[in-house]
Ligand binder design. Structure first.
Ligand code: HEM
Length: 429
């Protein structure tokens, strides 16, 4: 078991590829301190897992590692009726038209960030993309404008979220035992300070009757439970942290992979630049993002679902207490599902759009990523901005290896690229 745990953490992709080669599309991983994970990557089995009744499989229980940061009301941690109730409160804020209304704001924030990136020298894009996606969330989700509060929250959240990248934070069950140790004390201090800032923001916005804005917090302030009551301060705090944790590192890593791949795919890059220059629709750009998510899904599996009662998937019977996992990485790299799965070929999605149970970077069923439209919008805007500013070149000979950063998998070298100095054009929305 210790060897499995080390392999799983240190070489996440190579580990599952090797296991599939050895044991087939279904195999079990036993990790220290956790129920067994059973990996599935056959499309029919993936569908069975993602559409199982809510009382049978509990993804919320599988996500407990996030609790110290997101709090116990988080939609990610809940199951059954409590999950549905919270999800219903949040859904309207993420609808297509709401997202469209945010496009201009996201483009403005993006333009400012991308403008500040150095030109004509090798740079690690990943940390810059983390700063960018944090900025986008603080403006578009929290509704903050430039000023001291934005600065204060940014300065607390950056180290707080970074804490999540350290292995200790993966073991919240140890919190009572190691609560007095240095890193945990520091984490808890930062969390208390961040919470104080968030409560202040929520109180002020509520007192001002601020429910009309385009930002996500405005929508959450106007949301009502079935009995007509508004979301509590604690619920709002937990969901804001949830959106931050779920939406910041994921989008930054996915963009990191997109640029890492594109810097090594001159043919795709040339076609993208042509499309952007011609001002055509962005079908190829969207297909490129879909291909990036197929080839490098930053969450290599949907949330593990804990079996609450005996259940059958793909003809196998499982007892209660097992984590069933729809493995996106393996599904996306199955030659029975995708022709030539290791090549980067956005064209495959121009011919036929991604399938519900064959392309699952956002998971699926009633737990499908709430921020999928938001993430797609943001990634479209950022990719277009970089293409307009002269594109991207590789800053190293070899492709970067996948590295686990807490729950996401990002490029080990930080997505090192070079952005050529070119005439800077304004970013179109
Ligand atoms: C490229 C970026 C992103 C990727 C790849 C991604 C992927 C995922 C995945 C795989 C899940 C689990 C779904 C399942 O198990 O069926 C998830 C859940 C979730 N995501 Fe995302 N996500 C991204 C961006 C975002 C953004 C920007 C937000 C919000 C601003 C967000 C909010 C959420 C929430 C709230 C959930 C929990 C949904 C629930 O349990 O009902 N995500 N995401």
């Amino acid at each position: 078991m210790p060897l499995q745990s080390i392999g799983w953490w240190s070489r996440p992709i190579a580990y599952v590829e090797r296991a599939r080669a050895r044991y087939g599309k279904r195999f079990t991983v036993r990790l220290f301190g956790s129920p067994p994970f059973v990996m599935h990557s056959e499309p029919d089995h993936v569908r069975e897992i993602l559409t199982a009744p809510p009382e049978v499989l509990h993804p919320g229980q599988g996500a407990r590692i996030l609790e110290p940061v997101v709090g116990s009301n988080s939609v990610i941690l809940l199951d059954e009726a409590a999950h549905m109730e919270q999800r219903k409160l949040m859904l309207p804020a993420f609808h297509g038209e709401r997202m469209e209304a945010l496009t201009g704001l996201v483009a403005r924030v993006t333009e400012q960030e991308v403008d500040g990136w150095p030109r004509d020298e090798p740079i690690a894009l990943h940390p810059r993309l983390q700063a960018l996606t944090l900025e986008v969330i603080l403006h578009a989700v929290f509704g903050l404008d430039a000023g001291p509060r934005l600065d204060a929250l940014r300065s607390k959240l950056t180290p707080l979220l970074d804490f999540g990248a350290r292995p200790l934070s993966m073991l919240p069950q140890l919190e009572p035992v190691i609560g007095r140790l240095g890193p945990w004390r520091e984490f808890m201090r930062l969390r208390a300070e961040t919470d104080a800032l968030l409560y202040e923001l929520i109180d002020e916005r509520r007192a001002a009757g601020d429910e009309e804005g385009d930002d996500v917090l405005s929508m959450l302030l106007s949301a009502r439970h079935e009995d007509g009551s508004p979301m509590t301060q604690q619920e709002l705090r937990d969901e804001l942290m949830t959106l931050l944790v779920a939406g910041h590192e994921t989008t930054a890593s996915q963009l990191g992979w997109t640029f890492e791949r594109l810097s090594r795919e001159p043919r795709v890059l040339a076609r993208l630049r042509e499309e952007t220059a011609a001002g055509d629709d962005d079908a190829y750009l969207v297909a490129t993002l879909q291909e990036s998510m197929r080839r490098r899904p930053v969450l290599p599996n949907a949330a593990p679902r804990l079996t609450m009662e005996p259940v059958e998937v793909g003809g196998w019977k499982y007892p209660a207490g097992v984590l069933l996992v729809a493995n996106s990485y393996l599904l996306h790299h199955d030659p029975d599902v995708y022709e030539d799965p290791y090549s980067f070929r956005p064209e495959r999605f121009l011919d036929s759009p991604p399938g519900t149970y064959t392309w699952i970077p956002f998971g699926g069923g009633r737990r499908r990523c709430l921020g999928a439209s938001f993430a797609m919008l943001e990634m479209r805007v950022v990719l277009r901005a970089v293409l307009r500013q002269g594109g991207i070149e590789s800053a190293g000979a070899r492709g970067e290896l996948p590295r686990r950063r807490n729950i996401t998998i990002s490029p080990a070298g930080g997505a090192r690229v070079r952005i050529p100095a070119a005439a800077r054009e304004p970013v179109a929305a």
